[in-house]
Structures are given as structure tokens and as C-alpha cells.
Design a protein around this ligand. Structure first.
Ligand SMILES: NC(=O)c1ccc[n+]([C@@H]2O[C@H](COP(=O)([O-])OP(=O)(O)OC[C@H]3O[C@@H](n4cnc5c(N)ncnc54)[C@H](OP(=O)(O)O)[C@@H]3O)[C@@H](O)[C@H]2O)c1
Length: 292
């Protein structure tokens, strides 16, 4: 697979989002392992996870454990795989998502993720979401201290606006390597953050790039231009969506989720799909009228 860069690490231009394998509607263990193995077979070397990707209150880190198991049981070389996890979000087990961006929580969360992933340092640790109860500089200050202590190799942020991106870059002393924000045909308002990442040379990881777990399958029905371009190339509208994002900037690395091997195998071929300028203009045009 074509490569892109996060910090000082080269990864495949398409990553795997682990969330569908651990939250509501998740598949059985065996299918999840097959899905992660299919990603690795396809050349995926970035796997996105979070300690909060679990369903019940007593299984924090379900997705991190799954990924560690899949890496351990895969026959190939996994030394080039970057596992990117996150902290600062919690799931009490009633279906809700809560926040704790306090430095004390982030320090504890990193220790727990280190154990579950079975590593001495986390490859990429991302602050999951700003916590309005905690000054942003305190949360990012905790990430800086974790970097300095060698507990995490690289630091990223998620759900951040342009001001927070600049603030994080400053607090981390220029060591911010990635921003993970929502971005898809249905949700385009992260374009200013994408542009800033392009300017700063910071990786931009679109989350829910296909519109999210429950709507990813309808992408072609909801957005006619993506269906038209897909038909012209004889590929899926999902693959067209990922290729469109990749064409926006060399810093873009989408992380489509999957709970079936076929999904990630299809998505992983997006870097080989070249769209011409006219197609990119058509896909760029606002499709709000078509979004249901
Ligand atoms: N930072 C944050 O706050 C945040 C929030 C949400 C998500 N995320 C991350 O972003 C990742 C991606 O987002 P997401 O999983 O919510 O949504 P998504 O990537 O937009 O959609 C995921 C769904 O797309 C389907 N899919 C994937 N590739 C496909 C293809 N080529 N053709 C047809 N269907 C395809 C999969 O179906 P199957 O299940 O059938 O395989 C999967 O369930 C997550 O897994 C998570 O790692 C981060």
C-alpha cells in the first residue's frame, strides 16, 4: 500500500478503525480477529483504537485487547504496525460516553493501555476529546509529560478546533503529530482543521469517514456524486470516498472502521484509485441537498 507519514513513522495511507468490533452491534471474537488479519494482509499498518471502545462497564479496553491478540496471532511481521490509542473518554456501561481529561486520569489510563497492548511505550497516544471541566492546557500538559517520560512515543489530539490544534502544538513543543476529527461526505465542517494540519505537516485522521457505523452502507444512496464516480470506475462508493479524502492532502490518513474482512479489504484499495480533477470537483461540491 502507498505510504504516508505520522511523526517519524511511515504507515499505509488507509488505517483500520477498531470501534465497530467493540461497541454496540459488534461481531463475535473470531470474526473480529479475521477482520484485523485481513487489514494486515492488505498492508494496513495503522490501527486506531481507544480504551473507551467497549460495551459493558467492566470491559474497559476491549478493543485494545482484541488488537493485541490479533497482532500476536498473525503469522506475519507486525513490527511496522502503529497502534494508535486514545484516552479521556469513558463508557460507564449504560450506552453513554463521559469525559475525564484530568492529568491524573490520563496518567492512569496510559498505564492501563500499556498493559493491555503489552508494550513498553504506546506508539501514538491521542487525547480523545476536550473536557470542558479541565483546562485544555492541563490535559495536553499531561500528554507532554507522558512523552517526556517515554510512556508514549508520539502524541495526537482528537475532536480539536483550529485554536486547540495551535495550542496543543505549542504546549507539546512542536511535537504534535496527528489530529483525528470527524470528516465525511456528510460532515465536511472539519475542512479548516484539515487545511491547518496540511500547513503544519501534522497527520489528519478523518474519523467516521464513511458516515459512521450505521450509515456507511448507504453512502452511495445518500450522495449521488459518489455513486456516479464509483460506477464509472467499477468500485464501491466507499472506496471513492476514501480516495477523495486522500487527494485532499498528503497529510490525510482515513481510518475506516470495519467488522468484516471484506470491508477493510475493499477500503484498503483506495490509495490505488486515482480520481481526475473533474471528479474531485464534483465530489467537493456541497451535497447538502442530497443528504437525508
Ligand atoms: N476520535 C473520535 O471521537 C472517534 C469517533 C468515532 C470513530 N472514531 C474512529 O474512527 C473509526 C472509523 O469510524 P466509524 O467506524 O465510526 O465509521 P465509518 O468508518 O464511517 O464506518 C464504519 C463502517 O463502514 C463499513 N465499511 C467500511 N469499509 C467499507 C467498504 N469499503 N464498503 C462498505 N462498507 C464499509 C463497515 O461495515 P462492516 O462493519 O460491515 O465491516 C463499518 O461498520 C472508528 O472505528 C474509530 O476508530 C473516532
Amino acid at each position: 500500500m502507498r505510504q504516508r507519514t505520522i511523526g517519524d513513522v511511515q504507515v499505509g495511507a488507509i488505517g483500520l478503525g477498531g470501534m465497530p468490533m467493540s461497541i454496540e452491534g459488534r461481531p463475535d471474537h473470531e470474526r473480529s480477529i479475521r477482520t484485523i488479519h485481513a487489514a494486515l494482509e492488505a498492508g494496513v499498518t495503522l490501527i486506531d483504537t481507544a480504551d473507551a471502545y467497549h460495551l459493558h462497564g467492566n470491559e474497559v479496553g476491549h478493543n485494545e485487547i482484541l488488537i493485541a491478540q490479533a497482532l500476536a496471532s498473525w503469522g506475519g511481521d507486525t513490527s511496522g504496525v502503529l497502534v494508535a490509542t486514545k484516552g479521556g473518554h469513558l463508557r460507564p456501561g449504560d450506552g453513554s460516553w463521559t469525559l475525564d481529561g484530568s492529568p491524573a486520569h490520563l496518567r492512569e489510563a496510559v498505564e492501563a493501555s500499556l498493559k493491555r497492548l503489552g508494550v513498553e511505550a504506546i506508539g501514538l497516544y491521542q487525547f480523545h476529546r476536550p473536557d470542558p471541566k479541565v483546562p485544555y492546557e492541563d490535559s495536553i500538559g499531561a500528554l507532554r509529560d507522558l512523552l517526556d517520560a517515554g510512556k508514549i512515543r508520539m502524541a495526537g489530539i482528537s475532536n480539536a478546533d483550529v485554536i486547540q490544534i495551535r495550542q496543543a502544538q505549542e504546549i507539546l513543543g512542536g511535537r504534535l503529530v496527528s489530529v483525528q476529527n470527524q470528516f465525511s461526505p456528510a460532515f465536511r465542517s472539519s475542512e479548516p482543521e484539515l487545511r491547518l494540519c496540511d500547513e503544519l505537516g501534522v497527520a489528519f485522521l478523518p474519523w467516521s469517514p464513511l458516515g459512521g457505523i450505521s450509515r456507511a452502507g448507504e453512502l452511495g444512496d445518500r450522495f449521488a456524486p459518489f455513486a456516479r464516480v464509483a460506477e464509472a470506475h467499477g468500485v464501491s462508493p466507499q472506496r471513492v470516498t476514501l480516495a477523495w479524502m486522500l487527494a485532499k492532502s498528503p497529510v490525510v490518513i482515513p481510518i475506516p472502521g470495519a467488522s468484516r474482512p471484506e470491508s477493510i479489504t475493499d477500503s484498503a484499495q483506495a490509495p490505488d484509485l486515482t480520481l481526475d480533477d473533474a471528479e474531485l470537483r464534483e465530489l467537493d461540491a456541497p451535497t447538502l441537498r442530497e443528504a437525508r
